[in-house]
Design a protein around this ligand. Structure first.
Ligand code: SF4
Length: 321
């Protein structure tokens, strides 16, 4: 069995690590010297492989409505809806927000809907928005589950990728069959849509084994952009009482995820925080509209970071635009 130091040296030499080694790194104590060695290697990889470039992605939540999937952490679950209102944005409103975000220089633009939102409506809006998204900017759908037919339609509407994941305790903390999530990942991959992956929503009750399972799933789907997200305890949601993990623990999970999954383009953390920028994270999201982690349905007026705010944080950590 390799020591932590040997594993980190192997990572520096470009070697891939296995599940047991990833688990061993997650078990590093947060108050130890090794903790800093781990962060240092993840940080070094990102600075070198991403040319020290910080990225800003943006997401527009285009509807705030009760969702039948009832995810226990989400403010929009139908059985515990705690957003301050319900609404849907029309094409003009989404287009205006997209234009503004593009003007501000975002590197990728995501459109998010609840799982029940009609795909035809999304495709109609996406067709309009695509016309203002330059080719250098990724265009990504964050929607409910779909099959290969819909995957093809998403592609035809101009989406280059999808944010899609198998959540921690999918089917237990959500009303979604885990198999459906996997089928959707397979459909996206089969049609050549880029998969943006995240280990989420991490809470104190999740074991390192559960986290590792999602790390290696991301590897299986060759996610080039990877993320980790700690659960925000939203008052009124079923998982609120379980609390949250501290930022230092999230930074460690980000570092191990960065080292294990080796995303080629970017590493992200939710919610944005400076500590994670020393653990291999080089990308933050700006958010507009509905957000499962907020009770304000216009998250830009609450916890949602602006493009300017995201750039400022990346700059503070020494990342260049
Ligand atoms: S996280 Fe998504 S699928 Fe789950 S309840 Fe919220 S909107 Fe629905």
């Amino acid at each position: 069995m390799k020591t932590n130091r040997e594993i980190l040296l192997a990572v520096r030499d470009g070697l891939e690590i296995n599940e047991n080694q990833a688990l061993q790194l997650l078990q590093i104590r947060n108050d130890s010297e090794e903790f800093y060695s781990l962060l240092s290697v993840a940080n070094e990889l990102s600075r070198q492989e991403y040319n020290n470039k910080g990225l800003v992605f943006a997401q527009i939540g285009i509807n705030a409505e009760p969702c039948s999937k009832n995810c226990g952490f989400c403010s929009m679950g139908r059985e515990h809806y705690v957003l301050d209102s319900t609404w849907e944005k029309d094409t003009d409103a989404v287009l205006a927000e997209a234009n503004l975000l593009i003007e501000q220089g975002v590197d990728s633009l995501f459109l998010m809907t609840t799982a029940n939102y009609a795909i035809e409506k999304l495709l109609k809006i996406a067709g309009q928005v695509r016309s203002v998204v330059p080719d250098r900017v990724g265009f990504v759908a964050n929607i409910g589950d779909f099959d290969t037919e819909i995957a093809l339609k998403l592609q035809e509407a101009g989406f280059s990728g999808v944010y899609h994941i198998h959540r921690l305790r999918e089917g237990v903390d959500t009303d979604i069959d885990p198999g459906r999530r996997i089928n959707t990942l397979n459909a996206a991959q089969a049609k050549g849509l880029e998969i943006f992956y995240c280990i989420e929503p991490i809470g104190p009750e999740h074991s390192y084994d559960e986290i590792i399972t999602e790390m290696f799933r991301a590897k299986q789907y060759r996610a080039e952009v990877m993320a980790v997200m700690r659960r925000i305890p939203v008052p009124g949601t079923p998982l609120f009482a379980k609390g949250q993990i501290p930022a230092i623990e999230l930074a460690k999970i980000a570092a191990v995820t960065r080292i294990t999954t080796r995303p080629k383009r970017a590493m992200n953390v939710h919610e944005p925080n400076l500590m994670a920028l020393f653990a291999g994270v080089n990308m933050f999201f700006a958010e507009v509209g509905a957000n499962p982690r907020d009770v304000n349905s216009n998250t830009e007026k609450s916890i949602g970071l602006s493009v300017k705010g995201a750039r400022k944080m990346l700059w503070e950590a020494g990342y260049a635009e």
